[in-house]
Design a protein around this ligand. Structure first.
Ligand code: HEC
Ligand code: HEC
Ligand code: HEC
Ligand code: HEC
Ligand code: HEC
Length: 334
């Protein structure tokens, strides 16, 4: 009987100990969590409202919620790997040499403040300067200011950039980084960089990266499209973007005597064409068209679509030239 009571007592003590250890762990976790909670994504908003506003207007903020992205997820059966970069765990926490991992919470916030800033030890934010007395504990980290951090998710573009002249072009860091073009410094905010991250959905940014010119060679019109200032292949994104050159020639009474297009990159679902020829940084794509005599006016258009299903009317007219081929011949002929 006594020994039974003893065993029961030992058991109770063991259970109590286990419960205490458990409680201790729980407490420790809670503390870790509350350190994390102090640096939640939402917390950044109150102290950095200007940065927040820009991020909110950027594609990073809707990397998860965007209907096109959700539709594509559905198509791929909501695969976790597929979704990872669109609602990532902080990339410095995961480590830049490891694949990005899907976050369990707050996926709606897409690529959020913590995605790029949260330090591996979860005790502060990666920054250009260490500021000891700031509440978010900024620590100077070279990873944040170099292109590699963007490459964690933008792998293909990062590879293209590495092969381009921008990799070695001298600027502040000894290279023209992703941030130099996509997060330019802001004059009216001290030390600030734009978090808008403008790119393929922004007409002026697309226009800035590419040039178009025409010349006549015998019976042919040659249209040159040069990627002179995009820091990587153009178009940058590989799966959706479509790039075309279109030529229309009119005779003296305004009839269209030639309407022809050449696909540079992308797929055209209605015409069954496809091409994987992005234009590399610094390179030129040439399209040749016949000249139907006598054209009076020739329209040359560079059309860019974010998605293949968009019509010509919804496409971005990147460049548009109206030519007089007679004059062009005179200027550029042999
Ligand atoms: C309670 C206010 C507060 C909160 C919350 C806060 N910060 Fe800060 N943060 C500051 C102050 C103050 C500074 C130092 C002055 C400055 O640069 O604005 C600073 C500086 C920074 C810097 C460094 C700027 C530099 O010069 O390099 C970064 C990066 C930063 N914060 C990111 C964040 C992020 C990301 C969050 C959310 C996880 C966050 N902060 C939350 C107040 C805050
Ligand atoms: C390695 C990170 C990564 C993975 C994995 C990934 N994406 Fe993306 N996704 C991106 C980035 C970065 C962009 C922005 C364009 C670019 O750089 O290619 C993007 C763009 C997109 C876009 C175009 C959005 C727009 O507005 O133009 C869609 C749609 C999309 N992804 C769906 C998917 C689907 C579906 C999968 C899984 C099959 C997937 N992504 C896997 C990183 C990733
Ligand atoms: C954690 C993953 C991740 C990291 C890190 C990241 N991005 Fe992105 N980025 C994305 C995704 C996903 C999209 C596509 C969002 C969409 O279109 O829905 C995107 C979109 C973009 C776009 C396209 C905007 C447009 O108009 O199409 C630009 C530009 C961009 N990112 C620049 C950067 C730069 C510069 C860095 C480094 C400072 C960076 N990104 C770091 C995931 C990331
Ligand atoms: C795509 C990655 C990325 C995301 C997402 C991001 N940042 Fe940044 N952030 C950077 C980079 C890169 C810098 C520039 C570091 C430098 O000065 O070179 C920066 C700089 C900053 C700075 C320094 C001061 C300034 O105005 O530039 C603050 C503060 C900051 N970020 C806060 C935030 C907050 C708050 C959010 C969320 C609303 C956020 N960041 C989201 C990459 C990111
Ligand atoms: C010299 C300036 C420059 C540099 C450097 C640069 N970019 Fe770009 N980027 C552009 C221009 C211009 C565009 C618009 C044309 C396009 O969409 O391809 C663009 C487009 C993009 C897009 C949108 C693509 C799409 O189709 O939506 C992403 C994402 C992007 N860049 C990421 C990066 C990353 C990541 C790096 C660094 C590895 C980088 N860029 C370096 C100029 C630059």
């Amino acid at each position: 009987m006594v020994s039974r009571i003893r065993i029961a007592l030992v058991l109770v003590v063991c259970l109590l100990l286990a419960a205490l250890i458990g409680l201790g762990r729980w407490q420790a976790n809670r503390q870790a969590d509350s350190a994390g909670a102090a640096l939640s994504h939402e917390s950044c908003r109150q102290c950095h409202p200007a940065v927040w506003k820009q991020w909110e207007a950027s594609f990073h903020s809707r990397a998860w919620s965007d209907p096109n992205v959700q539709a594509a997820f559905k198509h791929f059966g909501f695969d976790r790997k597929c979704q990872s970069c669109h609602a990532p765990q902080p990339v410095l926490t995961t480590g830049l040499t490891k694949p990005v991992e899907l976050r369990e919470r707050q996926r709606q916030s897409g690529v959020n403040c913590l995605s790029c800033h949260y330090l591996a030890d979860r005790r502060g934010v990666a920054a250009r300067h260490t500021i000891a007395d700031a509440p978010c504990r900024p620590v100077q980290r070279p990873e944040l200011t170099g292109s590699r951090i963007c490459g964690a998710c933008h792998d293909a573009i990062h590879q293209d950039w590495r092969k381009s002249r921008f990799r070695t072009e001298v600027s502040v860091n000894g290279e023209k980084t992703c941030q130099d073009c996509h997060m330019p410094t802001i004059a009216d905010r001290q030390r600030g960089r734009s978090h808008l991250c403008l790119g393929g959905h922004h007409a002026a940014t697309v226009r800035r990266g590419v040039r178009m010119s025409c010349r006549r060679q015998g019976g042919e019109l040659i249209v040159s499209v040069t990627n002179h200032a995009t820091g990587h292949n153009f178009p940058g994104e590989r799966h959706n973007r479509v790039l075309h050159v279109q030529v229309f020639q009119q005779n003296a009474v305004g009839e269209i005597i030639l309407a022809q297009q050449e696909l540079i990159k992308g797929i055209t679902p209605f015409r069954g064409e496809s091409s994987a020829d992005e234009i590399r940084a610094g390179q030129t794509f040439e399209a040749r068209f016949p000249i139907v005599e006598p054209p009076v006016v020739t329209d040359v258009r560079l059309l860019y679509r974010a998605f293949p299903w968009l019509t010509d009317r919804d496409a971005l007219l990147v460049h548009h030239l109206k030519l007089n081929l007679e004059k062009l011949n005179h200027e550029d002929g042999p």
